[in-house]
Structures are given as structure tokens and as C-alpha cells.
Design a protein around this ligand. Structure first.
Ligand code: PLP
Length: 427
């Protein structure tokens, strides 16, 4: 059979009902599962049989939705997590521990940066942060003998920098480690990092995938392309016996395509329990069914809004990779020819105070600590998330005092533009 296309996978992927079964995915609202004999259950605990026994580790509803995202990314295995933060944490901690080292792009999401630079550092994992625009030589120099992974974001939130995925994949593979890509902002509709050499993809499904501001969630997908056994000495957790599961060797028992996700489920989900609720997984699936339609509209609206802002006399600069002349326009054309995302950042003449005036006067766009929602939302970091910083500190953090982050929803673009125009006139 011919392989189906991404739009069809959004709508139908992950679940195919049998005769007389529910058309919509069932919400298996159960913490536990019944077995006839202790031997039956024992096989599950030994990872010898497939099945469910406790929703802290796995739930059928979650697995259906994970299978859809897996199909969208073109991977071999996937799991849902309770949040994007949990997905980022598991994706790295699954292969790096105390005494190990990871190379990461310096412009990753602030929450991920904090997780790596503060919390995981306390666990004994060292991170080297590299400028995503660095040369191949500079990237190469960041690696150490104990490096276990490379981490970056397709489109950085909120810097909107487009990552040269092939450059990062080449460097990771030259050093025998996988490339992990947070694909939250692009979504698999606009970019599939596995096609460019990435090995593991993570998502905050809270953003475009859910798309309606309904549920926090995350996802990890494995491409199945990384050969753990070829670098067995670097990844003993996958290539030597796991004593907590009767000596199973994940890379042998579950193969190249299944080892990573099985280990993350069996060990990390078991011990940390960052499972997504089946209810939230159901809502996430509803969002995924229209992801391809929404992404197209998010991008169309953002392109129109960015062009409008770019031509506006009260606007001093606009950052959107869809604008010719943007530093990342060429990279965006290469990796995301159908569009990047709906998030724009721009600055207004008059700095912090003028930005605050614009925000106050917006009526269609709502002030929120959120992005990638069907409803347009915006944030002025200098008066919200970064309000304790003075202008010099803001510049050092890469957030100028006049910066407004504007996340285009799927409303009518003319309404967004008219709203922005009247707010800018109020300066
Ligand atoms: C929001 C976000 C995260 C964190 O996800 P949560 O679901 O909020 O935990 C990670 N990466 C990116 C790019 C994000 O935008």
C-alpha cells in the first residue's frame, strides 16, 4: 500500500478501529489492568510480553496518541510525557548520567536551559552551550570524550533562530552520539528533523499540537537510526544488562528502533512517573487531527502580520524567518519550505514604555505566558517574565526592552493587523 501523507496521518494515524469498535480513540481511564494468572503478569514485569499493568508506566490511550506523533515524525517508537519539560529531561537523562557531558545550542527555550544548566548540572551532568550559528570547527571543539548527546531546537523559542540541523547532526555523528531536536515550534507538519539526520525528537505538545491551550504535555520520538551497539561503550545503559529488569539488554532485546523508548518507559517512567493523563492524551489527539490545517493558517497569518509590521513606521525591527532579509530566511527555506511557525517578535520605537503602551491597547491579542495557541497571544518580556532586569541586563539576556513576542492565532489576519495598527498608533 502507498504510504499515506502527513495530513492523513494527522487525522487517522495511531488508531485503526476494528469492526464495531469506537471511531474515536477510547479514553482508558484506568490506573490498572486485570490478569488471569500471576505468571501472565510476571511476564510483563520481566518485559517478556507486551501489555499494560499500571498507568504510571503506560496507558493504551497515551500509546495510540504517541503512535500518531511517531507516524507524523516518521519514527519507530514514541512515548507521551506529562509536559515538554519531562520530555526534554527524559530524552537526555535516558543516555547521560553523572560524569557525562552534553553539547546544547545556547538559544534553547529558557525552561530547557534552566533544566540543563542548573538542575541536571546538580545531577552531575555537564553542558557546553554553543552558539547555534557557530562554524563546524567551533562545534567540533565543544565535544569531550564523555559527551553523550547533542541538543537543539528547530526554531528557538523565543529567539526564533532556525537551527542548521544537518550541521549539528554531522558533528554529533562524527563523535558517535545522537542528535536530539526539540521540534515544538515547527511541528512535523513543517519540519521532520529525522529527514535531516536528527536521531531523537522531543515536543512540548502543550503548544501547536494541542493548539487550544487545553492540556500541558510532551512527547519523545525515536528515529530508530542511531546504532547504539556500534557505540556500545558510550551507552552502557542501552547495551549492558539492566539489573532492575532481570538483566535485559535494551539494544539487543528491543533492537535499534525500540531500545531508547522502551528504556525510557521501563526505567524513567517507572521511577519518575511523569505520565500524561489519558484525558489529556485524548484532548491532544483532537488537536492533532487539525494540526496540518492550523499550522498552515498560523503561518499565513504570521507572514501577513510580519509584512505589515515590517512596513510600519512605529516598528523598529521585526524578527520572522519568513521575511526575505531575515538572517535565517535561507535556512528556513531549506528546512521549512511550507512555513515556519506563527510566532513573531518585534520591537517598537520608544523602547520599554512604548511596548507597554502597545500591549495595553491590543484588543484581539491577549496578554499571556503562552504561545502557539489558536487564539492570538502576546507577551512583553521586559514587563513580565524579565521584569526584574534593567535595560543592560535585558540586552545581555538577548531580550531587548522593546521586544514584543506575538504568537499569531488562526483568526482573520486583517483583524490581527487592524488591532496591531490601532495599538501602535496609541504610542
Ligand atoms: C514550552 C516549551 C517547552 C516546555 O514545555 P512544557 O510543556 O511547558 O513543559 C519546551 N520546549 C519548547 C520549545 C517550548 O516552547
Amino acid at each position: 500500500m502507498k504510504k499515506d501523507r502527513i495530513e492523513t496521518r494527522c487525522v487517522q494515524g495511531g488508531y485503526t478501529p476494528g469492526n464495531g469498535e469506537p471511531r474515536q480513540i477510547p479514553i482508558i481511564q484506568s490506573t490498572t489492568f486485570k490478569y488471569a494468572t500471576s505468571e501472565d503478569m510476571g511476564k510483563l514485569f520481566d518485559l517478556e510480553a507486551e501489555g499494560y499493568f499500571y498507568t504510571r508506566l503506560q496507558n493504551p490511550t497515551n500509546d495510540m496518541v504517541a503512535a500518531k506523533i511517531c507516524a507524523l515524525e516518521g519514527g519507530t517508537a514514541a512515548m507521551l510525557t506529562s509536559s515538554g519539560q519531562a520530555a526534554s529531561f527524559y530524552s537526555v537523562f535516558n543516555i547521560a548520567g553523572c560524569g557525562d557531558h552534553v553539547v546544547a545550542s545556547s538559544t534553547i527555550y529558557g525552561g530547557t536551559y534552566n533544566l540543563f544548566a542548573v538542575t541536571m548540572k546538580r545531577m552531575g551532568i555537564e553542558f557546553t552551550f554553543v552558539d547555534p550559528d557557530c562554524t563546524a570547527e567551533e562545534l567540533d571543539a565543544a565535544f569531550q570524550p564523555n559527551t553523550k548527546a547533542v541538543f537543539g531546537e528547530t526554531i528557538a523559542n523565543p529567539a526564533l533562530i532556525v537551527l542548521d540541523i544537518e550541521k549539528f547532526a554531522k558533528a554529533a555523528h562524527a563523535h558517535g552520539v545522537p542528535l536530539i531536536i526539540d521540534n515544538t515550534f515547527a511541528t512535523p507538519v513543517n519540519c521532520r528533523p529525522f529527514e535531516w539526520g536528527a536521531d531523537i525528537v522531543t515536543h512540548s505538545t502543550t503548544k501547536y499540537m494541542d493548539g487550544h491551550g487545553a492540556g500541558v504535555g510532551g512527547c519523545i520520538v525515536d528515529s530508530g537510526n542511531f546504532d547504539w551497539m556500534a557505540h556500545a561503550d558510550k551507552f552502557p545503559g542501552l547495551t549492558t544488562p539492566d539489573d532492575s529488569y532481570h538483566g535485559v539488554v535494551y539494544a539487543e532485546r528491543f533492537g535499534q528502533g525500540g531500545a531508547f523508548i522502551t528504556k525510557a518507559t521501563a526505567q524513567l517512567m517507572r521511577d519518575f512517573g511523569s505520565i500524561q493523563s489519558p484525558q489529556n492524551a485524548f484532548l491532544l489527539n483532537m488537536g492533532l487531527e487539525s494540526l496540518h490545517v492550523r499550522m498552515q493558517r498560523h503561518c499565513e497569518n504570521a507572514q501577513k502580520v510580519a509584512e505589515f509590521l515590517d512596513a510600519h513606521e512605529k516598528v523598529s525591527w521585526v524578527n520572522y524567518a519568513g521575511l526575505p532579509g531575515n538572517k535565517y530566511y535561507e535556512l528556513a527555506q531549506k528546512y521549512m519550505p511550507n512555513g515556519t511557525c506563527g510566532v513573531i517578535s518585534f520591537g517598537v520605537a520608544g523602547g520599554r514604555e512604548a511596548a507597554s503602551t502597545v500591549m495595553k491597547n491590543l484588543k484581539v491579542a491577549a496578554i499571556e505566558t503562552h504561545v502557539a495557541d489558536a487564539r492570538t497571544c502576546c507577551l512583553h518580556p521586559a514587563s513580565a517574565t524579565h521584569r526584574q532586569m534593567n535595560d543592560e541586563e535585558l540586552e545581555a539576556a538577548g531580550v531587548s526592552p522593546d521586544l514584543i513576542r506575538y504568537s499569531c492565532g488562526i483568526e482573520n489576519a486583517d483583524d490581527l493587523i487592524e488591532d496591531l495598527d490601532q495599538a501602535l498608533r496609541a504610542i
